[in-house]
Write a protein that binds this ligand. Sequence first.
Ligand code: NAP
Length: 309
Amino acid sequence: MTSTHHKLIILGGGPAGLTAGLYAARARMDHLLIEKGAEGGQILLTDWIDNYPGFPDGISGFDLADKMAAHAKRFEMNSMFGNVVSMDLGEPIKQLNLEDGTSLSCDSLIICTGAHPRPLGIPGEKELTGKGVSYCATCDAPFYRNQHVAVVGGGNTAIQEAAHLTKFADKVTIIHRRDELRATKILQEKAFANPKIDFIWNSNVTAIKGNDGVEQLQLMDNDGKESTLNVDGIFVLIGVLPNNEMLPLADLKADDGGFIPTDLETRTAVAGVMAAGDIRSKEVRQVINAAGEGATAVLAAENYLTNLS
Ligand code: NAP
């Protein structure tokens, strides 16, 4: 078993982690960023980002991720791919255990593990995932050329990705459990003006049916009335759940949803451990917040390390 110690470990390479990596590299801190999959996190699931300052024409999620990683690497961010499965957040040394049996330790940790799409948890969903049930319009929209798809959800993700789907599908039906969208007004205006988008209000999808692929949705409205809708695919875009399976949730005093509370400086309940980005307990999950929190977390880590020595 190998063991390597760093002053700072950043766990996760989405916008929060990559910004933390940039700041740590520029501060010439002894640091390591650990990413499980591809650098970029959830923005890789986003077709187009129109509200990140500095890109007046917008930028694709993939390109923004690529630029963030390239920016951090220009300052020699130290990174590796690895899957952290558990950790021991002792004071002062924190130990991270990887799936391959190795472990790494650090004096200070920034948790940027992000979040993943929330499933509906209804019959047929698991069985038909990848066969018409999708959680990523950016990834799967081209499969639905000239077809009819449903989008579940009324938040920014659902409304933005429904618009993206209309580039391929003939018809996109948004199914929302209330009579009002949660998404920001500019996205709502675009969706209401899009002739390929229609809405089913005050309704939930209760089952997804099909043999080799999605064929029909069973719906129930808020008065209990049942109906069906024939579609070729369904995109479930109803918010996110935290990527927290490797975290000691009791030590970090996780909230009821499993997100990690911090103070304004991103400090968690454990000394020397910060949390930034979508894993933080908060209302607003935007790329710009995640990046800002990544920067704040490095400054908090620097302060902690200075007081430690
Ligand atoms: P969200 O804002 O939490 O919205 C989730 C939507 O799904 C809500 O409309 C909610 O309904 C609905 N919903 C939740 N659970 C449901 C269930 N079990 N069955 C049916 N519907 C359900 O999530 P999000 O849209 O994924 O966005 C996540 C975060 O990313 C937000 O902070 C968002 O602002 C941010 N984001 C920003 C942008 C952008 O700025 N362009 C783009 C994408 C995401 P209710 O409305 O009734 O609660």
